[in-house]
Ligand binder design. Structure first.
Ligand code: CTP
Length: 402
């Protein structure tokens, strides 16, 4: 998503400086060229070597010692974005006042690129009127602020001022620098496995973790879409997504009947139970009563119903979890359910599908195109799925007719 984008990451002297390392690593993983800058204060908290090793270039710290005679203008002018993580009260004050005291503040004043600051400090400092005034000044100048979280702070205090999570910080960067090829599109993604109750405590479930659906949601958000996740699982919610929690196939179908008709893109990544108990026992079935006879009935095929009622122009994406004849089975589902794209995975292969962080898939389009994605991070698979969705949307035929 951030391929070829140049991000200057400024690290200042707060206890949260160590978390900047994780942010840098994730930005590099997303394809960015990450140029680290440390203040003198940051060097008290973090070794140069650590940051240099995880970024795309060695750390720069000084206006004077570098090979380039004017490093701040070079850094500021060449950046697609400048990110300050963590941003101390001192840095925020200097930036708001226009003070150029070191390489980072000079770079901030020399750039016309978007700037994102991630404040982190003790609650008393964060709530101080001087700091809040500086934040107001920075916001009014268009600086993007990733608000700190509430939580445990250095020294054991609890309150507002804890650095935002790397997830939130990276999501903001992606939303600013991402391709925006899904700007304004309404995307509905289902995620997780449905649970069909047998009695008050037992369910028929499956191994789906929901990770692939959430990765698609995060990717769509980064590309500018409005995203709703219809979810059976509790995973960290990608910043900006709306989550509709459901449990059974019937609840998922009700949610989709409401949300899908106005969606531009629908992705059924959920593993929906095909069968459910006809009757749900009241209370808990007791062991002493012996093995129960559980009579099953078919659940509705949510995706097939969505395919039958697909509005013109909507791109409908299904998944096919297979253990044999991957392509033939997936192609049959693609046709039978009137899909534009199916994501087929062989869930019996190592590292693939349910519960893993990785996946290997074959993408089959209604137009006949096939793409194979070797074992990769689920976010990379999400990227490939949405690349295909965008190609389908932009193709002269658009989505296949309903
Ligand atoms: N699906 C659905 N409703 C169901 C079953 C499946 O909407 N009751 C959707 C899944 O979300 C997925 C696609 O249909 O996007 C294919 O699911 P899969 O379990 O692979 O296939 P099935 O249609 O259930 O067929 P089979 O179990 O025979 O492979």
């Amino acid at each position: 998503m951030l391929q070829g984008r140049r991000i200057v990451v400024g690290v200042t002297g707060g206890i949260a400086a160590y978390k900047a390392v994780e942010v840098c690593r994730r930005l590099v993983d997303a394809g960015a060229h990450v140029v680290p800058v440390m203040t003198a204060g940051a060097e008290r908290f973090l070794g140069r070597t650590t940051l240099s090793a995880l970024c795309s270039e060695p750390v720069q710290t000084s206006l004077w010692n570098e090979v380039s005679p004017i490093p701040h203008t070079r850094l500021g002018q060449s950046a697609d974005l400048v990110l300050v993580v963590p941003a101390t009260a001192r840095l925020l004050g200097a930036y708001a006042a226009g003070l150029s005291t070191d390489l980072l503040t000079n770079t901030l004043l020399a750039t016309r690129a978007p700037v994102v600051v991630c404040p982190a400090m003790h609650t008393e400092m964060w709530e101080h009127p001087a700091v809040q005034h500086n934040m107001q000044v920075l916001r009014s100048r268009g600086v993007h602020v990733v608000e700190p979280d509430e939580g445990r702070l250095a020294g054991g205090d609890i309150g507002a001022g804890r650095l935002a999570t790397p997830d939130r910080i990276v999501a903001v960067v992606e939303q600013l620098l991402g391709p925006h090829d899904m700007a304004g599109l309404r995307v509905v993604v289902t995620a997780g496995g449905t649970r069909e109750p047998i009695d008050a405590v037992r369910v028929i479930a499956n191994r789906s973790s929901g990770k692939q659906g959430y990765a698609i949601a995060a990717e769509a958000l980064g590309r500018g879409a409005d995203v709703t996740i219809v979810s059976t699982v509790e995973l960290p919610v990608p910043i900006g997504a709306v989550v509709r929690s459901v449990e059974t196939a019937a609840e998922m179908q009700a949610a989709m009947n409401e949300l899908a008709p106005t969606a531009d893109v629908v992705v059924m990544a959920a593993a929906v139970a095909d069968f459910r108990p006809v009757d749900r026992a009241q209370g808990k079935l007791k062991k002493a009563a012996g093995p129960p006879q559980i009579v099953l009935e078919a659940t509705p095929d949510i995706l097939a119903a969505l395919g039958a009622a697909k509005p013109a122009g909507q791109v409908l994406v299904g998944f096919a979890a297979e253990t044999s004849d991957l392509v033939a089975n997936a192609e049959a589902k693609l046709r039978r359910k009137n899909l534009d794209l199916i994501v087929a995975n062989d869930v019996s292969a190592p590292g693939v599908g349910f519960q893993h962080d990785t996946n290997a898939v074959t993408l089959l389009c209604a137009g006949g195109d096939a793409t194979t994605i070797e074992l990769s991070d689920k976010r990379q698979v999400a990227r490939a799925v949405l690349d295909s969705v965008c190609v389908i949307r932009n193709s002269p035929r658009g989505a296949s007719p309903s």
